[in-house]
Design a protein around this ligand. Structure first.
Ligand code: ATP
Ligand code: MG
Length: 449
């Protein structure tokens, strides 16, 4: 395991950074997190802020949330707080709930028993791929630091002396703006392949480079991600793309061969940046980033609909040409198939997959906007998402699609009289689509009833 092995890798040796040197002020720390730290200290336990919040504070960024670690066990933590819930199966954690803010408190994590002890010890288990599946071992602060992923994530802030204990030279990584794994990268990725995605996420989010030793094994180990449960990958993918740095993240994922294991159906479309397919994906990611950075709502459904749009079109076209299906039937089958295949890798909760289908289905309906149909489309609960999707397609493809998108831009805001006029103009221009003469019904032959 980590501690025993590597000498050439950044190992664990604590350096205490005093208050005067790290620049973290209590004013930047959530009051509730401070309450938790003081309370645990008062009860005689060690307690620290750790991980992302210490890193972000050192970078002068606003932490997303504040995580605490302590030597108190979950049950001991619970004794100290009336507003405490114990959660987690893989590793028991305490959530201290303050209205909308939740402070997560974890007990120091220890090492896993070595392979030889594993069969008798019940704490840590590996599945058939060698991944850790359960790890309930409590440990010391040093062990806890060693088990963390990147050097800048193993810094601990205490309110006893307001110092930061830096176990893996995280401060240097921050100065060099480098994402660097603790320990041997291959071993750390084998233990948990999701760390490859985390390396990319932090590089994009913190605008850092990935150290060469941390980056170099990723391409050949990327395939290990296919063993990660799809539900966990759903969570991780959300963090990757709904973070405000989606464009940069996508580029890094692609450069490190990580799109293929996450979105296998997309891999055939990963062409030059100038290709229509890539332009569309980047346009959608840019749009998502802008929305996230403006604190507007984004739905993962929109993103998945976009990432899988060209695979869907290809599949549907193939069905039409090979099986002679109508566009309607071909798209219906293709939608189910493309979503089904994607969920083998990344779980997509039903509440999103239905929206993905709505967005796709609206792409078929938006061009057929004669008469009453135009109003039915406008009244569709997902009209807005479908229209936004069409708009982005129009921006990339131009031509008829852009014209169609512009038509809908005008139509949705027009007065009823104007709308009527738009529909009449359309009918005259396009030769009055579906006013097919009604076929007379054959009189029923009731003789053999
Ligand atoms: P963010 O601000 O984006 O949430 P974070 O560093 O807080 O970044 P979390 O996913 O919240 O990321 O994890 C909290 C901490 O737990 C990390 O800083 C890291 O020390 C540790 N950690 C999380 N996931 C792993 C992992 N897969 N392997 C090792 N350590 C991990
Ligand atoms: Mg966090």
């Amino acid at each position: 395991m980590l501690g025993k092995a590597s000498t050439s890798q950044p190992g664990i040796s604590a350096v205490t950074v005093p208050r005067s040197e790290h620049g973290i002020s209590r004013d930047d720390i959530s009051e509730n997190a401070l309450k938790v730290l003081y309370r645990l200290n008062k009860a005689g336990y060690q307690a620290y802020l750790v991980g992302g919040c210490v890193r972000d504070l050192m970078l002068g960024m606003k932490p997303k949330d504040f995580d605490v670690v302590t030597n108190a066990t979950p049950e001991q933590i619970k004794e100290q707080f009336y507003n405490c819930r114990l959660i987690g199966r893989r590793f028991r954690l305490a959530h201290i709930v303050f209205g909308r803010e939740v402070i997560e408190v974890a007990t120091f994590r220890g090492h896993h028993p070595g392979e030889e002890e594993e069969s008798s010890a019940s704490h840590a288990r590996r599945n058939e791929h060698g991944h850790l599946t359960r790890d309930n071992v409590f440990g010391s602060i040093e062990e806890d630091a060693e088990r963390r992923d990147f050097t800048f994530n193993a810094m601990y802030y205490s309110v006893v002396d307001f110092a930061v204990i830096d176990f893996a030279n995280g401060r240097q990584a921050i100065e060099k703006r480098e994402v660097d794994l603790i320990g041997d990268p291959q071993e750390r990725y084998r233990e948990d392949p999701v760390r490859m995605l985390r390396a990319i996420r932090f590089a994009a989010k913190l605008n850092m480079t990935i150290s060469p030793r941390t980056a170099s094994p990723i391409k050949e180990m990327a395939g290990l991600l296919t063993n990660i449960p799809p539900a966990r990958l759903f969570e991780e993918t959300l963090k990757l793309f709904i973070s405000g740095n989606g464009v940069e993240t996508f580029k890094l994922l692609q450069a490190h061969g990580l799109i293929e294991p996450l979105f296998p159906q997309l891999s055939g479309f990963l062409k030059a940046d100038s290709s229509r397919e890539m332009q569309f994906i980047y346009r959608v990611l840019e749009n998502t980033d802008a929305r996230v950075n403006n604190e507007q709502r984004v739905t993962p459904a929109f993103l998945y609909a976009a990432l899988l749009w060209y695979p869907l079109e290809e599949y549907a076209q193939k069905m039409m040409s090979e099986s002679g299906l109508s566009a309607h039937d071909a798209y219906n089958i293709a939608m189910s198939e493309v979503v089904r295949k994607q969920t083998q890798r990344i779980m997509i909760p039903k509440r999103f997959s239905t929206v993905i289908r709505d967005i796709w289905m609206l792409q078929q309906r938006l061009p057929r906007r004669f008469g009453r149909r135009a109003f039915q489309i406008l009244a569709h609960p997902k009209f807005r998402a479908g229209y936004d999707f069409l708009l982005l397609r129009g921006e990339i493809e131009g031509g008829d699609l852009l014209e169609l998108a512009d038509w809908w831009t005008q139509f949705q805001d027009a007065h009823p009289a104007q709308q009527k006029k738009m529909l009449t103009t359309l009918r005259n221009k396009e030769g009055g689509a579906p006013h097919k003469p009604r076929r007379k019904r054959k009189p029923r032959n009731n003789d053999n009833a």
